[in-house]
Design a protein around this ligand. Sequence first.
Ligand code: HEC
Length: 206
Amino acid sequence: MKTGAGNCAACHTPPQFTDFAFHNTGAAQDDFDALNGAGAFMRLDVPSLAARNADFDTWLPPTEKHPHAEGPFLALPGLGPPPPTDLGLWNAYGNPDRPEPQRVLERLLNPEEGGAKKFSRDDVLARTIGRFKTTTLRDLGQSGPYLHTGRFRTLAEVLRFYDRVTDLAREGKLRNAPEEFAGVKLSADDLLALEAFLRALNEDYE
Ligand code: HEC
């Protein structure tokens, strides 16, 4: 991507403009804090893997085996307790009722280094908070409203969102901030250039 400032291509890798992986852009936090106040998502109590799996019905989303599970963290933000939000991949990783994706997730999130796993399973779970699959940036004219929350109607709003969350990441105030946000600083000019770039991707299809 020509505009290097946003480091957008680190996740939205050309030519598909997605790396087919999962990242936390801070969309869940941005949504949650808009309702609950700045810093609320940072303070949100998220159970450990053992605590979560020991009380499936309280923490995980419903499945055939657990039809009454409440899934507070696969929900739209609202009022709790526990305050509902959408933690994305957190709901799938290590979920005993979702055996199929586990091997792939483990490989993706916890690669072996020198024959040993890099992270504990609890660390990996914490690192899944707020992760969603990278969406493509092609044909955005057809895919609004944007992000999994559907909160943003225009590309300008999405770019202001990236400006906010990368600011938070730089200040250490973005929970589970992605490495790719480090050092990203978007100027007003960058935002305009990026918006023009995204529109140009859309014109491929017109
Ligand atoms: C850390 C990886 C990462 C970086 C860096 C990143 N994105 Fe994203 N982007 C994502 C993910 C993951 C999603 C899906 C998030 C969701 O649905 O909540 C997304 C979604 C989007 C969407 C919404 C697409 C849709 O159809 O809803 C747009 C637009 C977008 N990104 C633009 C950008 C721009 C512009 C930049 C650079 C300023 C950027 N992204 C940087 C990972 C990233």
